[in-house]
Ligand binder design. Structure first.
Ligand code: GDP
Ligand code: IMO
Ligand code: MG
Length: 428
């Protein structure tokens, strides 16, 4: 299968976990390249349901090596908890590899994430409060601690002292929050250091050796294109590069190694947290509520109700460009079976100008109005369909329309949350 990058094309929660799990068995290695415990990827295997935050979704297959790449941030407390839960459920984490260069989420990152949000008041980002922004900020200002620092307590303490010299005054004087001592955090992280030490590797070398040995790699993106710090709806974004380019910097594998880029798009649209969402249905709208209930649109990480709206082809067309998509997977098509008719946003209009890709200028984006095409629904349960030809004509037409508007072939169609509730059209 070569090297594939799997990316979210919208605002997250497109079903990346499900599709990663679906195709992971065809790969030797599955590597996360960005983000941290803000991710919430659902994987359902038989009657077991897992909400994964740190461990790559490929962990479900014995023999597939899950790797946490250097572009990720690691909350050791959450990672160890997740490993324990998986192991208790009979899923081995023995093969897991963690990049020594990945940054560590520290307790003060989580405090500062919450405090920043409170300071922003009504302009808050609506973060997952997992310390993501403050951790990536420390990486950029070069006072972050990395996974490899867990291996040398002397270095860990020295770096922590430098960080706390900046963090404590901010916690105390700016936000009126409790401060930390080096001893306190070192004690708290020592058991994690012991537990995680056997898994820490030089991941770029591991991944490139795998490629040289003819092995295949799946890069599992978290968050999504419109939450990418460069290409998303800044500042209402996460703090990493979720787009396909992030797989290169977040893993230490060169760009020419990548064979395919698979974008995941939900058949309608959701967003959790603040920020623009042009095709959003108003709060309390009957169709929006229906999509939320039938699609179980509640956050895996925070439990928040997701904002729901119509499929936005402009966003996916943009995602095709910034990621260089070769394939698309459309998920949750079954959910639309509850509607008489379906709207699809085919363009935006602002100041008399028509846009078929996301306009770069935020002021244009904010005032743009979606242009909808209304198509008939299929009004039936399609969760049992296993080939494209099994789908009702209206559902096939909907997929064909998505394909045409994105300019990318739809290779996978998901018709239910379970592994086998999937149509492989062109993937394998
Ligand atoms: P991720 O963050 O992109 O991995 O997505 P989440 O796991 O946060 O949210 C996707 C949700 O939709 C999960 O509850 C999945 O079990 C579910 N799901 C995924 N694909 C399908 C599908 O084709 N149909 C239905 N009905 N549910 C799906
Ligand atoms: P998966 O991988 C949906 C959103 C948050 C917030 C913004 C910044 O499950 O698709 P952060 O905590 O990253 O600083 O929050 O990004 N967000 C997500 N939304 N799915 C996710 O992950 C998300 N991870 C972060 O809601 O708006
Ligand atoms: Mg999610």
């Amino acid at each position: 299968m070569g090297v594939t990058v799997l990316v979210g094309t919208q605002w997250g929660d497109e079903g990346k976990g499900k599709v990663t799990d679906l195709i992971s068995g065809d790969f030797d290695v599955v590597c996360r390249y960005q983000g941290g415990a803000n991710a919430g990827h659902t994987v359902i295997v038989g009657d077991q349901k897992f909400g994964l935050h740190q461990v790559p979704s490929g962990v479900m297959y014995p023999g597939v090596v899950p790797v946490i790449g250097n572009g990720c941030i690691v909350d050791p407390e959450i990672l160890v908890g997740e490993m324990d839960t998986l192991e208790a459920d009979g899923i081995s984490c023995e093969l897991l590899k963690i990049s020594g260069n990945a940054h560590l989420v520290m307790p003060y990152h989580k405090d500062l994430d919450g405090a920043n949000e409170r300071r922003l008041g009504k302009n808050l980002i609506g973060t997952t409060r997992r310390g993501v922004g403050p951790c990536y900020a420390d990486k950029a200002t070069r006072i972050g601690l990395r996974v490899q620092d867990l291996l040398d307590e002397k270095v860990f303490r020295e770096k922590l002292e430098t960080a706390l010299a900046e963090k404590n005054p901010i916690l105390e004087l700016v936000y009126g929050l409790p401060t930390y001592t080096v001893d306190e955090i070192t004690e708290r992280y020592r058991p994690f250091a012991k537990r995680l030490a056997p898994y820490i590797v030089e991941s770029s070398r591991f991944l490139n050796d795998a490629i040289d040995a003819g092995q295949s790699i799946l890069f599992e993106g978290a968050q999504a294109t419109m939450l990418d710090i460069d290409h998303g709806t800044y500042p209402f974004v996460t703090s990493s590069n979720c787009t396909a380019g992030g797989a290169v910097t977040g893993s230490g594998v060169g760009p020419v190694a990548i064979d395919r880029v698979l974008g995941i798009a939900k058949a309608y649209l959701t967003r959790v947290g603040s920020g623009p969402f042009l095709t959003e249905l108003p709060q309390g709208d009957e169709i929006g509520e229906k999509l939320c209930e039938v699609g179980h649109e509640y956050g895996v990480t925070t439990g928040r109700k997701r904002r729901c709206g119509w499929y936005d082809a402009v966003v996916v067309n943009y995602a095709a460009r910034v990621n260089g998509l070769t394939d698309l997977a459309i998920t949750k098509l079954d959910v639309l079976g509850c509607l008489d008719e379906i709207k699809i946003c085919v363009a935006y209009e602002a100041d008399g100008v028509r846009y078929t890709t996301v306009p770069e200028h935020q002021s244009v984006f904010y005032k743009a109005k979606p242009v909808y095409l209304t198509v008939p629904g299929w009004k039936c349960d399609i969760s049992g369909c296993r080939t494209f030809f099994d789908l009702p004509r209206e559902a096939k037409d909907y997929i064909d329309l998505i394909e045409q508007l994105a300019g990318v072939r739809v290779s996978i169609v998901a018709v239910g949350p379970e592994r086998e509730q999937t149509i492989d059209r062109h993937w394998r």
